[in-house]
Design a protein. Sequence first.
Length: 96
Amino acid sequence: MMEDLFTAGLGFLALSKEKTEEMIEYLVSKGDMKREEAKKLVNRLMEKGKEERERMKAQIKERSAQLARERITREDLERIEAKLDELLALVKEKLA
């Protein structure tokens, strides 16, 4: 599931890049922005996107690790089951 979210996030970033490039090209074609300014802006936006991707990756990695720590293992369940069996046996013994 986390992989799907990460992939969706990358897809969104790719779409955003395309739309950003279209918008910048439009501004250049209208004369509202010079080509050199546009290149600088694209570079800045790409750097911000890279930083955001790294931040997202770190968050996903941390959340995955947290979920793994919180997960109950088969051994945990077997220990709980054994303890319950012991407690039930004690209750039956006391009632008898």
